[in-house]
Write a protein that binds this ligand. Structure first.
Ligand SMILES: [Fe+2]
Length: 473
């Protein structure tokens, strides 16, 4: 007897390169657009996973495209544009893939692969500055775009050096508006570079902290917690030479080494200097939802924790439109002593498999329960459904008291990262039943309720990564 795996409908969102569209009024499918929703939802993700008949090697390899949905006076207008990176333009001209990337080696014979740089795909996240939008990619510098038209200005140095990288998970201090971020650099001494910018993108401060041990780690995100920054370095290390010689891709050269443990690094966010570092039992995380300092002076971290690095294989399979690996990451709360980086407590907050956690911008770095805290939203697997072969089909909400509410979207509906927009929660949804993309608006004060309204997007928006909300001021 042969076991036939039925393809799930989410694969249709990634099957074809995305089609751009100019500013287009969005048709309301259901409900009414809240009149107090004033601002723009931006979202980034890999929009082209194929060129010239060749598929990319990993979901992370696709060229980035930005969706902007502008809300004002009870109406919504959508715009969708590829980021015009140098690599995108060269490949567009050649009509074939020319570059290697995270999950694929450079095309061509071995002797032609060495020394070539990877393509900056600008596909991971967005950061709205006062006068421009940044499309972020952790392997290099961001690209600057026009906030209205989404036309690409080019690489945006942000006062950094051309060889620096700027991660896709900057943290904005809600009090000062200052932007904290990091990048990892190799060299004689591998190090974490730390950056602080103002809201216009002017560099205010930079510092570096050396990495311990041998090998390049994979650090995707970090956390702002009160007066601290915390970086957790999971035991994933790059096997350098196969990647440098392009015998194998970077993704295939990353090795899970649990014997190294996960290192917790605590940094003073004002001086950007090391406070403490300590190795704990191993885990892996892509994302944190938030961090803060509690009444005892301990740092608390909420993060999506995985037992190992199988999540990378799962994300590779997503690019094929069919996944066989089952991986469940869940929100955990960890408490640590910042003076020693020792973990004092660790507890799971969810059980069903979640990702892409978000708190409201005013809550970043702050303890839960404040006036501006609306809780954490995230995508969640459908309750009581087999996760085999599936992507996330529900939205979860964790309130400040620890209560989790899961809202099932009903099957064949695949939500992207949910984003807080004041009291509203916005998410792009791929509707596998109709083969079309939608924007759903939820009332964040009523977790578990039906969406307040649903809007039709004129083209398929491929499943993507991270977004942001820029309120109209
Ligand atoms: Fe991310």
């Amino acid at each position: 007897m042969f076991l036939t795996l039925m393809a799930k409908t989410w694969g249709n969102a990634l099957a074809q390169p995305a089609v751009e569209f100019d500013a287009t009024p969005l048709v309301v499918l259901e409900g009414v657009i809240p009149p107090d929703l004033r601002g723009t939802l931006y979202h980034n993700g890999p929009a082209r996973l194929e060129r010239g008949g060749q598929r990319v090697g990993h979901w992370f390899d696709g060229d980035g495209a930005i969706l902007a949905v502008q809300f004002q006076d009870g109406r919504a207008v959508g715009t969708y544009r590829y980021v015009q990176t140098a690599g995108y333009q060269q490949e567009q001209g050649a009509d074939r893939l020319l570059f290697g990337n995270y999950g694929m080696t450079h095309p061509g014979p071995l002797w032609q692969r060495w020394g070539k740089s990877l393509k900056n795909v600008a596909n991971t996240a967005v950061l709205a500055l006062d006068d421009r939008l940044l499309a972020l990619w952790e392997g290099g510098l961001p690209h600057g775009l026009d906030r209205q038209t989404l036309s690409t200005h080019g690489l945006d140095l942000l006062g950094l050096q051309p060889q620096d990288s700027y991660s896709a998970h900057p943290k904005v201090d809600p009090h000062s508006g200052q932007i904290y971020n990091f990048g990892v650099s190799l060299g004689a001494q591998a190090q974490i570079n730390l950056y602080r910018h103002d809201r216009q993108g002017h560099l205010l401060q930079r510092a570096s902290i050396p990495l311990t041990g041998l090998g390049m780690p994979l650090i995707h995100d970090f956390v702002l917690a009160g007066d601290y920054l915390v970086v957790c370095i999971a035991p994933v290390r790059l096997n350098l030479w196969p990647a440098a010689l392009q015998l194998r891709s970077f993704s295939e050269s990353l090795e899970w080494k649990p014997q190294l443990g996960t290192e917790v690094v605590v940094i003073d966010r004002h001086s950007l200097t090391l406070v403490s570092r300590r190795t704990a039992d191993p885990w892996f995380q892509w994302h944190y939802s938030n961090g803060w300092v509690n009444g005892a002076g301990h740092v608390v971290l909420d993060l999506v924790r995985y037992e190992d690095f199988q999540t990378n294989q799962y994300l590779k399979e997503v690019a094929t439109g069919q996944v066989n690996t089952v991986v469940l990451g869940n929100l955990w709360r960890m408490v640590l002593d910042p003076t020693t980086a020792q973990i004092l407590d660790s507890q799971p907050l969810t059980t069903g498999g979640v990702e892409f956690p978000q708190v409201s911008p005013q809550a970043v770095g702050q303890a839960p329960g404040g006036a501006d805290d609306r809780g954490t939203v995230f995508v969640h697997h459908r309750p009581h459904q087999d996760a085999q072969g599936e992507l996330f089909g529900a939205i979860g909400h964790l309130d400040p008291s620890g209560q989790v509410t899961v809202t099932d979207l009903g099957g064949d509906r695949y939500p992207f990262e949910p984003i807080w927009a004041d009291r509203w929660v916005l998410t792009v949804v791929f509707n596998g039943s109709t083969g079309q993309s939608e924007v759903w608006v939820w009332d964040g004060d009523r977790p578990g309720s039906d969406p307040h309204c649903r809007l039709h997007l004129p083209q398929i928006i491929p499943l993507g990564f991270h977004g942001t909300w820029a309120a109209l001021t």
